[in-house]
Structures are given as structure tokens and as C-alpha cells.
Design a protein around this ligand. Sequence first.
Ligand code: FES
Length: 105
Amino acid sequence: MSDRRTPLDLVRAEPGPAYTATFDGREIQVLPGQTVAAALWSAGVTSWRTTRRTGEPRGVFCGIGVCFDCLVTVNGRPNQRACLVPAEPGDAITTQEGTGHDELR
Ligand code: FES
């Protein structure tokens, strides 16, 4: 038996069956109740945005909806805070470049 415990083990959570969403076209498994950020982290993704001027990678920083570092595009809607938005079955989550509105220029 492994000594490694997951957050689910620590809180004795028993979520329902996982469902599928996609990140940049790749299928990821999501547990009911996970935010987009939690789903991405669980899939091994830690960065899903780049900054406007320098293109630096960003993901979760505060985790509570304050810093806006975690902005992501969900189902074509840019600037969603991944740490607050609940993931839904079939969500198409995509990396956000810059403001998320660059294609409008
Ligand atoms: S991580 Fe700070 S707002 Fe989401």
C-alpha cells in the first residue's frame, strides 16, 4: 500500500463517477464538484494562460478568485477564473493567449 495520500483521501471524499471535458482538444477526466483549475491540476496541467506583453505562463496563484492569474477560456468564453468556475461535462477548456480577445483586433 502506498503512503501517498490524495486530497480526496484526506477529506474522505467519495465523489460520483468522473466525466470527460477537454483541454486544448485533449480529453481529461473531471470529478463532480471540481473547479476547472482542480480538473486541470488533476490532469497534470499547471499553466493555461500567457501574459499579454511577455507571454509568461500563468495558472493558479491565489486559488480564491482574487488575483486573476488563472484566467482561461471555457466553451469559447475568455477570462473565466479557473479557480472559481465549476467544470461541467463536455466543457471545452482552452489555453488563453493574452486578453483572450486577440482575434477581435
Ligand atoms: S488563482 Fe487567483 S483568481 Fe484564480
